[in-house]
Write a new protein. Structure first.
Length: 77
């Protein structure tokens, strides 16, 4: 438990705000119209990063590169 508390001490939890939900809906609608829809949870993750100006580190290029305005970093960088 002590190790877990130490790890979580530096973690900031970001909730889903109205703005996050709005961004998610915009991106989901665009991707759906394009026939390039990805998992809803991935869209929420992307929308949260965009809203908070965060860079998303992922190996899932195929999904997250579809999200306009998302700054992405990859493991091999």
């Amino acid at each position: 438990m002590a190790r877990l508390r130490d790890l979580l001490q530096d973690v900031t939890l970001l909730g889903i705000t109205t703005q996050t939900a709005h961004l998610c809906g915009e991106h989901r609608g665009r991707l759906r119209r394009q026939g390039r829809l990805i998992d809803s949870l991935d869209i929420f993750i992307a929308a949260t990063c965009i809203e908070h100006g965060l860079r998303l580190l992922t190996n899932n290029r195929a999904h997250f590169e579809r999200i306009d305005g998302l700054e992405i970093g990859f493991a091999e960088e």
